[in-house]
Design a protein around this ligand. Structure first.
Ligand code: SAM
Length: 284
């Protein structure tokens, strides 16, 4: 079944009485070049199990299933299940889990679904929840090799920014702490049905197998980073005292220890400075 043929897609959707949910970020890929490229760049190959987030009608799922040993996909919208039964009928290596990915126990899922395989994540992410999903995947310390996802162009810019610059955000620190990120290619808005108001890009994060901090220090590190970026226009001292109740003098001392002025804002700190700063703040 050709899931990038607009006529075919419209016929299936109307036969099932399906209407797009804007709230669930439902923009399905109809450009035939995109899904094979995501699959080929996203570790969908022999020896891999692929976790997909958000199947839509299964256009990417099918390309992943052609290449990987197994695909397990988490899709929140129950209305898509009968459609997927039809569109993915030719594949015996696909399993759909009807859940909210943010509530899913992904450690258990990977353990149960991909035993003996390496794991990769591939997705055309629902835009309303891109950063929370990526942060959740990273912070859960899942045993995954890579995350290859389509995101809105602005989100891709933030993800691929340099830590310590104005374009960076908590998510930039997240991807650079847990791995390395690169932009693979741009995707125009006309590649989707319905077409969104912005263009997109596919990025790939390759995850480090080791972590530079223990779990507790890591949690504290990201608490500090998120608080700093939540009030990014304020000085770190103001942001951390108002959000985390940390005394300003403590922030000044920590900034001083890494050679920065009391007026420093979070977006001025590079990765090494952020790690050292959070370690100082975390000391009793
Ligand atoms: N992969 C399909 C494609 O590329 O055509 C669909 C991508 S569409 C941008 C996002 C998909 O994620 C939709 O199918 C939507 O129902 C699903 N979704 C939205 N929120 C979700 C959540 N919290 N957990 C799991 N799936 C979700």
């Amino acid at each position: 079944m050709n899931l990038t043929n607009i006529g075919t897609v419209k016929e299936i959707l109307s036969r099932h009485g399906f209407s797009f949910s804007k709230g669930l970020g439902q923009n399905f890929i109809i450009n035939p070049d995109i899904c094979p490229k995501i699959a080929e760049n996203g570790n969908a190959c022999k020896g891999f199990g692929v976790l997909e987030i958000g199947t839509g009608i299964g256009v990417l799922t099918a390309e992943l299933a052609k290449r990987a040993d197994k695909v397990t996909a988490v899709e929140i919208d129950t209305r898509l299940l009968p459609i997927l039964e039809e569109t993915l009928a030719d594949f015996d290596n696909v399993k759909i889990i009807n859940e909210d990915v943010m509530k899913c126990d992904l450690h258990k899922l990977i353990d149960e679904e991909f035993s003996g395989l390496k794991t990769a994540v591939c997705a055309n992410l629902p835009y309303y929840i891109t950063s929370p999903i990526i942060m959740m995947l990273l912070e859960s310390r899942l045993p995954i090799e890579s995350i290859t996802v389509m995101v809105q162009k602005e989100a891709a810019q933030r993800l691929c920014a340099k830590v310590g610059t104005r374009d960076s955000g908590a998510i930039t620190v997240g991807v650079n702490y847990f791995g390395t990120v690169k932009k693979l290619f741009d995707v125009s808005r006309g590649s989707f049905m319905p077409a969104p108001n912005v263009d997109s890009a596919v990025i790939r994060i390759d995850l480090n197998s080791e972590h530079r901090l223990d779990e507790e220090s890591e949690r504290f590190f990201f608490k500090v980073v998120k608080a700093g970026f939540e009030q990014r226009r304020k000085t770190l001292a103001n942001a951390l005292s108002s959000i985390m109740g940390i005394p300003k003098d403590k922030v000044y001392a920590a900034l001083g220890s890494i050679g920065l002025p009391e007026t420093a804002r979070i977006e001025q700190l590079d990765m090494e400075q952020l790690v050292a700063f959070a370690a100082e703040i975390g000391k009793n």
